[in-house]
Design a binder for this molecule. Structure first.
Ligand SMILES: Cc1ncc(COP(=O)(O)O)c(C=O)c1O
Length: 394
């Protein structure tokens, strides 16, 4: 066992005690839902206490500014300036906020993305064609990567927005975000970078990328649970843009209850709309705190090692790997399409090896900072056993 990481050799394993599910399962699914930190019990209990004892005074005392604080906590993980991140319920809503800042009736109305985008994001932009937007979708050649040159060529003077994923959910391919942003800026377009599958496992620096918008959610690699998404708007744009999808939280003087058109306040509230999702905001903080403490650099280093090992093991069995082999282009997941992978996934779940399966990807294995090397090996041993047993049965 000495070849494996231990709390002595891998200080990140000390955090295992913070995540109850790790003592019960081989939890290898942080690309979908990160493990719940036990601090969430206290956070939600405190939320209920506040509601129970302070009642409506809680808005003034804590809840109104909670979205600002949580936005800044998320922002500190991506080098975002203070108050540049608004919080929302999901990434699809973030797309809607961004779309509502623009006008698609003019000549510059082209939306460029690739077919490896997350489907919900595609569905949203496809639907905007009814709102005069034109969609140009660049296709993948291999089901793993996005042809960067073709994407860059599609971004032209007619392009308004480029909503793309930083890390592809199916294959964990890391897009060349900088090249995409530079090309978009050269022709006067804006990039909406979906960092759902990167933030918390791959370094993201919105300032050095000079990205216009970045969005994502906290429930995967940030261990923040469902219900909180974030939208970064570059500060110079944040002062200018006027979202049409708006509401009283975006008003300069919400409590004046003015009638007539909105007078926008400053970011981040400027990009928000109605009453915020307080329980989810409270629940996401313990996860964010741990990720900040652990640090994305350490998470990334470990992730590269464990994902490399998964690829090595898959290769030994001759299983198809639908994830980049170059660690610099690979996020936190390894998608492995072993024979009859959908059924294999079901059987892995029955054995408490928690993974998922996606069409055109296979079984997605996503170790995080809290996983041991033994768990990585054990997940693959479980696949071996499943395939061996099935062959016997057949
Ligand atoms: C890259 C990416 N974007 C978006 C989503 C989800 O979008 P939403 O928050 O709208 O459900 C996911 C996964 O759930 C994802 O992997």
């Amino acid at each position: 066992m000495s070849q494996y990481n231990t709390p002595m050799s891998d200080p990140l394993l000390h955090y295992r005690a913070e995540f109850p599910i790790l003592s019960r399962t081989n939890y290898m699914i942080s690309n979908s839902l990160g493990a719940m930190p036990r601090g969430v019990y206290d956070a939600l209990h405190a939320y209920a206490d506040t509601w129970a004892t302070r009642g409506v005074r809680a808005w003034q005392e804590r809840w109104w500014m909670l979205s600002l604080d949580v936005g800044n906590e998320i922002g500190s993980l991506m080098n975002a300036p203070a108050n540049s991140i608004s919080v929302h319920q999901n990434v699809t809503t973030c797309q809607a906020v961004v779309a509502s800042c623009f006008d698609f009736s003019g000549k510059r109305n082209k939306i460029v993305y690739d077919d490896m985008n997350f489907p919900s994001v595609m569905y949203f932009w496809e639907a905007q064609q009814r709102n005069s937007a034109r969609v140009h979708m660049v296709k993948t050649d291999d089901g793993i990567t996005v042809p960067t040159e073709r994407l860059l060529d599609a971004i032209d003077e007619r392009t308004l927005l480029v909503p793309v994923s930083h890390v592809i959910f199916r294959s964990a391919y890391i897009q060349d975000a900088k090249a995409i942003i530079d090309k978009a800026h050269k022709v006067g377009a804006h990039v909406v970078l979906d960092t759902f599958q990167s933030l918390g496992t791959v370094p993201v620096d919105v300032e050095s990328l000079n990205v216009d918008f970045a969005c994502g959610g906290v429930l995967k690699w940030l261990c923040g649970g469902p219900g909180v998404a974030y939208l970064y708007v570059r500060p110079d744009l944040g002062q200018k843009l006027e979202p049409k999808f708006t509401g009283w939280f975006a008003h300069q003087d919400s409590m004046a209850f003015e009638t007539g058109p909105i007078r926008y306040t400053d970011p981040p509230f400027r990009f928000m709309n109605g009453t915020t999702h307080i329980p989810s905001l409270e629940a996401c903080r313990p996860g964010l705190k741990i990720i900040r403490e652990v640090g994305v650099e350490r998470i990334r280093e470990k992730s590269k090692r464990q994902t490399a090992r998964l690829i090595e093991l898959a290769d030994q069995h001759g299983w198809r790997v639908n994830t980049p082999r170059d660690a610099e282009r690979r996020g936190g997941t390894v998608s492995i399409d072993m024979p009859d992978s959908e059924q294999a996934c079901r059987e892995l779940l029955a054995r408490d090896v928690i993974v998922d399966w996606r069409p055109k990807a296979g079984v997605r294995f996503s170790p995080h900072f809290y996983n041991t090397d033994e768990e990585v090996e054990a997940a693959i041993v479980a696949v071996e056993e499943i395939l061996r047993e099935r062959r016997v049965v057949v």
